[in-house]
Design a protein around this ligand. Structure first.
Ligand SMILES: [Zn+2]
Ligand SMILES: [Zn+2]
Length: 143
């Protein structure tokens, strides 16, 4: 499905419209993602921040990543649905959780990152490019 993408948390308190195509799509197996994703990876699409229109209050929590960057997770304070992540290293982007997007978005992760932290039972699609740790720098958005 081409842009605009729409999104909604489980309870409907947070909604979004995203009028851009993602810069990249990724699956992340880092420890912090496993904690918010019930033991599995998060699946994400990175969009330009200025293309995202979010309505509804979010709660957030931040931590310092191994890279030294501050990573912040935003989620619905009512139902707990994870909305997005953002990094101090890339303030121009937001990493939208694929589960937040409405059905029919058609996006799937192209790269699996932090695979060295994945549990032994993890099954990672061999069709995906895999990175043991840090993702490659996001390519610049089209002008
Ligand atoms: Zn909610
Ligand atoms: Zn992660």
């Amino acid at each position: 499905m081409p842009a605009p993408y729409t999104a909604r948390c489980t309870c409907g308190a947070v909604t979004a419209t995203i009028d851009a195509e993602p810069v990249t799509t990724r699956q992340c197996w880092c420890r912090q993602c496993q904690q918010i994703a019930a033991g599995g990876p998060t699946n994400n699409a990175m969009f330009p921040a200025d293309a995202i229109d979010i309505v509804g209050e979010r709660a957030e929590s931040s931590y310092t990543a191994a890279s030294g960057n501050t990573l912040t997770h935003e989620f619905c304070p009512r139902c707990g649905t994870h909305v997005l992540g953002r990094s101090s290293a890339r303030p121009q982007f937001r990493t939208i959780r694929l589960g937040f997007l409405d059905e029919g978005h058609g996006l799937s992760p192209a790269i699996a990152i932090w695979t060295e932290e994945a549990p032994e039972w993890a099954v990672i699609d061999p069709a995906m490019e895999q990175r043991p740790q840090q993702p490659p720098p996001a390519s610049p958005p089209p002008e």
